[in-house]
Design a protein around this ligand. Structure first.
Ligand code: T4K
Length: 403
């Protein structure tokens, strides 16, 4: 445990963890079950887009409460197919407080992402701000359920309806969550999930679109397979965005463990909240139980004006202790190329939040003891903020090598 600044590894102390404790440690589930499923795929001599993918799609559709799930090789490809299949053109409005994939998937199709500011309370797209950036070229809105916290989906539905716009959602973080009693997956025309290794359910890499729209689901399936239908007709330009059977095997196994993963993450979240309670200038982002949070992220906000220490310096201190804190999401999308040069736009609420957020390790591999250790580092850093800022000064964050 870190009690004084002299204990900190950044000042010569022994690192808390011998190996890096990551934010996104994957939820693998029961390994023997994974290998059984992989063996089934090998025995069947069917390696991609087969029975395991169909089973995975059925289980995700059931979880999301929708008729269709179309699985893809990544969340980014799911977004790209979704933007294409819904016929978006010109400008689409989205928050900048998201992973850059939300915007890049649009840019890859020649669409223009237009960033609108967030509600500072939730971190999600503010429907009133959407109204301020509408133009005759606007064709759609993308809501993002940031960190698994549902955005104002029903209000966005009203704005979209009033202006005749397509509404879709980036639900990369929100598998299993709900909003006002409705499952995430069923809002707008469709919603996209990510099953990247770091997500609460993972397929190694993978994604999906959930929808109740039969025609849209059909279109997505064709686009996913080169634009060619199952009976061999070519309907236009498509791509290869299919999910492999190995990915589906991982997804199903990780899905088997989903309830237990959430239970563990919920306990982790509660432990962080209690261990960091009363830490002046630091807030642990909380979730509304009524919205069925999946607890996959532990996010703290560090207010430098109160603590005297910037979030980046806290991250540097944590990383010196082999604690893999991540800035989800900083810089915000509008602060990244090419967007900052192409369409500079001030988004004060987004910029303030992006300056403060830090994701801390959670997941099945992170124990209560780990959390107590991490919190002792954070407490030590924050309570000696001005002294540490003075001694260490601003310096670039050390990136981890991928091991
Ligand atoms: N929309 C939103 C809102 C998203 O957050 C994302 C993805 C997308 C769309 C696009 O979905 P995908 O196309 O990715 O399915 C990560 C992920 O790569 C990315 O999937 C994720 N969001 C984003 C929030 O985070 P990075 O740059 O943080 O680094 P990465 O993936 O190397 O790893 C993050 C941490 O997890 C590291 O500290 C190491 C650890 N890790 C990573 C891997 C891959 C592990 O412990 N094991 C692993 O296998 O992007």
């Amino acid at each position: 445990m870190k009690n004084t600044v002299a204990d900190l590894a950044v000042l010569g102390g022994t690192p808390t963890f011998p190996q890096v404790l990551q934010v996104g440690t994957p939820s693998v589930g029961e390994r023997s079950r994974l290998f059984e499923r992989l063996n089934t795929a090998l025995d069947n001599r069917w390696l991609t887009n087969g029975a395991l993918v169909r089973e995975f799609e059925e289980r995700i559709a059931e979880l999301a409460g929708v008729r269709h799930c179309v699985a893809t090789c990544s969340g980014t490809m799911a977004l790209q197919l979704l933007y294409q299949a819904t016929g978006l053109t010109g400008e689409i409005i989205m928050p900048a407080m998201t992973y850059v994939a939300t915007a890049h998937a649009a840019s890859m199709l020649g669409l223009t992402p237009v960033f609108a500011d967030i509600d500072p309370e939730t971190g999600c797209l503010d429907p009133q701000q959407v109204e301020t950036v509408l133009t005759p070229r606007t064709s759609g809105i993308v809501g993002v359920h940031l960190w698994g916290r549902p955005c104002a989906a029903d209000e966005l539905e009203k704005v979209a309806k009033e202006h005749g716009l397509t509404l879709v959602f980036d639900a990369a973080h929100a598998l299993g969550c709900s909003h006002q009693g409705r499952r995430i997956g069923g809002f707008g025309s469709a919603e996209m999930f990510s099953f990247h290794a770091t997500k609460v359910v993972n397929c190694f890499e993978g994604g999906a679109v959930a929808t109740d729209d039969d025609a849209l689901a059909g279109e997505l399936r064709v686009l996913r397979t080169f634009g060619i239908t199952t009976d061999g007709r070519s309907l236009g330009v498509g791509t290869n965005a299919k999910m492999t059977e190995a990915s589906a095997a991982m997804g199903l196994t990780s899905l088997d463990a989903f309830t237990e993963t959430m239970r563990h993450n919920r306990a982790n979240h509660a432990r962080y909240c209690s261990a960091l309670r009363g830490c002046s200038g630091l807030t642990v982002v909380d979730f509304d139980e009524a919205q069925d949070p999946n607890w996959q992220y532990v996010i703290v906000k560090i207010d430098e004006a109160v603590t005297g220490i910037h979030r980046d310096l806290v991250m540097r201190i944590l990383r010196a202790e082999n604690t893999g804190a991540q800035r989800y999401f900083s810089p915000a999308c509008h602060q990244l190329e090419p967007y900052r040069s192409q369409r500079p736009v001030p988004l004060p609420h987004t910029e303030r939040l992006a300056e403060q957020v830090l994701a801390l390790p959670t997941g099945p591999a992170v124990s209560a003891v780990d959390i107590d250790r991490i919190c002792s580092i954070v407490r030590c850093a924050v309570s000696h903020g001005p002294e540490l800022a003075d001694r260490l000064g601003p310096s670039p964050t050390r990136p981890f090598a991928i091991s």
